[in-house]
Design a protein around this ligand. Structure first.
Ligand code: AMP
Length: 116
C-alpha cells in the first residue's frame, strides 16, 4: 500500500473528507465512520506506516505523539477523569483493516474487558 492509495493518507491530506477533531504537524485525529462508542476517534501519524511491525526505532517519537494527542483529546471532550481506551490493531488476528497505523480512542461508555 503506497501513500498515494492509502485511505488514511488521503484523509490526512484532505483528499477525502473526515470529521477532524485534532491535528498538528505530525498527527491527525478524526471520527471513526463506524463508531463503537459515543466518541470513537482514530489518531494517525501523517507519515505512512502500514503496521506496528513496520515501525523503526526512529519512529518512537512519532508513536508517542499519538498518545499525546489522545491525552489532549481526552481533556477536550471531558473524559480524562471518567476514562477512555486506546488500542492499536495489528494484522489479521489483531483485527486491522486499514494498513496505516492508527490508535483507536474510545470513550463515553463503560467498555468491556477483555474484548471478544
Ligand atoms: P482497524 O480495523 O483497526 O484497521 O480500524 C480501521 C477503522 O477505520 C475502522 O474502525 C473503520 O470503521 C474506520 N474507517 C474506515 N474507513 C473510514 C473512513 N473513511 N473514515 C473514518 N473511519 C474509517
Amino acid at each position: 500500500m503506497s501513500e498515494s492509495t492509502c485511505l488514511f493518507c488521503k484523509i490526512a491530506r484532505g483528499d477525502i473528507p473526515a470529521e477532524i477533531i485534532f491535528e498538528n504537524n505530525d498527527v491527525v485525529a478524526f471520527r471513526d465512520i463506524d463508531a463503537k462508542a459515543p466518541t470513537h476517534a482514530l489518531i494517525i501519524p501523517r507519515q505512512h506506516i502500514s503496521t506496528i511491525n513496520d515501525l523503526s526505532d526512529g519512529d518512537a517519537g512519532r508513536v508517542g505523539q499519538l498518545f499525546l494527542a489522545a491525552r489532549d483529546i481526552a481533556v477536550d471532550i471531558g473524559v480524562a477523569e471518567s476514562g477512555y481506551r486506546v488500542v492499536m490493531n495489528c494484522n489479521e488476528d489483531g483485527g486491522q483493516s486499514v494498513f496505516h497505523i492508527h490508535l483507536h480512542m474510545l470513550a463515553g461508555r463503560q467498555l468491556d474487558w477483555p474484548p471478544g
